[in-house]
Design a protein around this ligand. Structure first.
Ligand code: OAD
Length: 292
């Protein structure tokens, strides 16, 4: 870890690729999918209420077309706006601000990395499993902004297209669907990378998982995760580094070793006060209508 930090600090690593999964958002309160630490607390262990034939069906496109209700019940819980980014998301932003992030590849659909949230600009972010930010009618393919669906999703209804009455599906990539075109940036990014940081993922879902093997064999790969996963468990390379345990603690240690702690704290404080300011402005705006 100290070597990795030194390489970043001395700017020997200037094209860092980050791969992330649900484990970076558990500190924000969002359950991951298949947690090993406390079986029973992963999302897939807690779907009985939706009466699914098997857990993964909730993200299967064939099942969705037959019965979209379970997905929308879950979408109500996971819809962006309910959760705040944590130190891991802000670390990626700081890496970008230092000019050392080549790209972040995330499997997360919570949008916490995004420009308007933790501040990672769109061109730096590949949301490999899609996003709630946009949606598409499954019948006429009309495009929607995710915010247009919010009232219906929050009321527990299945959003319908006003034009054709088809079900409007958030642009989340379901099993059985194509990954977004942006995913294929990996073809040029990974051979260029000079450091790969993998955090908060079980590396169980393909094709995302295989990206970890797409960096050159001389490139150091740092895993920050609760447990050993993917090639870190079964195909270690000489330059691989693993920091096992809580992801926030692991990233914090890296940030401390980099000497970036104050900057990161300032970034997080600014992010939080920005959100307070927005909500204060919103309150002021709303108060103007208090006569209603
Ligand atoms: P998983 O739930 O499969 O894996 C999360 C990983 O993060 C596990 O290795 C956990 O041990 C680890 N973890 C969780 N909380 C942590 C913490 N606080 N500190 C350190 N480690 C922690 O999630 P993903 O790998 O993201 O696909 O799952 C990949 C895909 O499977 C998802 O994108 C989703 C799902 O099916 C789709 O929706 C298409």
């Amino acid at each position: 870890m100290q070597d990795v930090a030194e390489n970043i600090r001395e700017r020997r690593c200037k094209r860092v690729v980050v791969m992330a999964g649900a484990g970076i958002s558990t500190p924000s309160g969002i359950p991951d999918f298949r947690t090993c630490r406390s079986p029973g607390s992963g999302l897939y262990d807690n779907l009985q209420q939706y009466d699914l034939p098997y857990a993964e069906a909730i993200f299967e496109i064939g099942f969705f077309h037959r019965n979209p209700n379970p997905f929308f019940a879950l979408a109500k819980e996971l819809y962006p706006g309910n959760y705040q980014p944590n130190l891991t998301h802000y670390f990626v932003r700081l890496l970008h601000q230092k000019g050392q992030l080549l790209r972040m590849y995330t499997q997360n659909i919570d949008g916490l990395e995004r420009h308007q949230v933790a501040g990672v600009p769109p061109e730096m972010l590949v949301e490999a499993h899609g996003t709630f930010a946009t949606a598409t009618c499954t019948s006429c393919l009309r495009k929607y902004d995710g915010e247009e669906l919010r009232p219906e999703v929050m009321s527990g209804a299945v959003p319908r297209c006003p034009t054709c009455k088809g079900v409007v599906k958030p642009d989340i990539v379901f099993f059985g669907e194509e990954l977004p075109l942006s995913f294929f940036k990996y073809l040029t990014d990974f051979p260029l990378a000079d450091l790969l940081i993998v955090m908060g993922t079980s590396l169980e879902v393909e094709p995302f998982a295989s990206l970890a093997g797409a960096v050159r064999s001389s490139v150091p790969r740092l895993l920050i995760n609760r447990d050993l996963v993917g090639p870190f468990a079964w195909g270690r390379r000489p330059h691989d580094v693993t920091q096992l345990g809580d992801v926030v603690t692991g990233v914090k240690e890296l940030v401390d070793a980099l000497g970036w702690t104050q900057e990161l704290d300032a970034l997080m404080a600014a992010g939080n006060s920005e959100k307070c300011l927005i909500s204060e402005n919103f309150k002021t705006y709303i108060s103007k209508f208090s006569w209603i």
